[in-house]
Write a protein that binds this ligand. Sequence first.
Ligand SMILES: *Cc1c(COP(=O)(O)O)cnc(C)c1O
Length: 418
Amino acid sequence: MKTPFINKEQAESIIKQYPTPFHIYDEKGIRENARRVQKAFAWNKGFKEYFAVKATPNPFILKILKEEGCGVDCSSYTELLMSRACGFSGEEIMFSSNVTPAEDYLLARELGANINLDDFTHIDYLDRLCGIPKLICCRYNPGGKFEMHNQIMDNPGDAKYGFTKSQIIEGFKILKAKGAEQFGLHSFLASNTVTDEYYPKLAEILFELAVEIQKETGCKFKFINLSGGVGIAYRPDQRGNDIMKIGEGVREAYERILIPNGMGDVAIYTEMGRFMLAPYGHLVTKVLHFKHIYKEYAGVDACAANLMRPAMYGAYHHITVLGKEDLPCDRVYDVTGGLCENNDKFAIDRPLPELEVGDILVIHDTGAHGFAMGYNYNGKLRSAELLLREDNSVQLIRRAETPSDYFATFDFCDLFKK
Ligand SMILES: *Cc1c(COP(=O)(O)O)cnc(C)c1O
């Protein structure tokens, strides 16, 4: 069972002011979860979660996370600008980018962010641009397949990110020779992992590598960044991750590998996006039309431009029909948006209670990589983002786009001025 954090009465009253579709976030859920994360890693003195801004790039969300002790993980110029506007600076910012333009590095350097290099060639690129900072991080890609208990989790050998092992050892030597004094190590090996063993396994790989690099190069590690990839239970029958167990697993590897090698002062960083936000966001949409052809379709006023994951990855997002939670799911629908793209389906062959025009649907787990992946195809406009505050009031944290936003980039000509 997945229970929405708003009920039908709340949704109806919100819709009077903010028409569907919209994304809504649960402040209480976000804060409680962030506190669990802090608690799970409290054993590590320097621990910091750098929220992956790309997951939910909204300044109101970033400020909540800042109050909970988080930093930010940015990968682009505008993400850096947003983070700066929210008051993040210096080592509160990780800059984990790839195929990085010069102006992005320059801004990251100006803000004093922890720069995480994605590639060996970026050592020279950064050095020529603005010199190597005293603290610098490199991203590792072990290649091959990443397996746990004989189950392939992901395929780093096919991933575009990071340095190979020999490159990273050579890279740290060069960075040290160029004047860097403190170092970070980073890797992201699998996405949306729903097992408590992912971080501990990754930690083991990175800790062993850090010991080896420190022995071979004399580079002293300030932090090891486990990056993102901790998943959530999108399906109601899945078991979610237990962050306390994950923290304990990382601690076990830390005590086994780093401490005996005199590296007990290394800080653990994370860059979770999905785990921090996904369950605490809903996409709220209304049923507009039905269509009875070779299949039964329920058309809603949201579309893939508001939530791309089902269209892009075939991802499952649970749907609750508000006010019909207790009715039997004895109908089967494809729930579709209105893009002229047949993959614009939030659900395929989904058992649901009998729907009526005007029913309010909650699409679950859209708090991360939801609104953020939105786009304007078919001239669809981005929706509003709302925040359900801890006192149950609702705050607009991004207004919905209007046609003039859509036409704003034609402001150099007179076509859309009246
Ligand atoms: C996307 C990304 C993250 C966040 O990933 P989640 O799966 O949302 O936890 C963290 N770090 C980097 C470098 C990323 O690209």
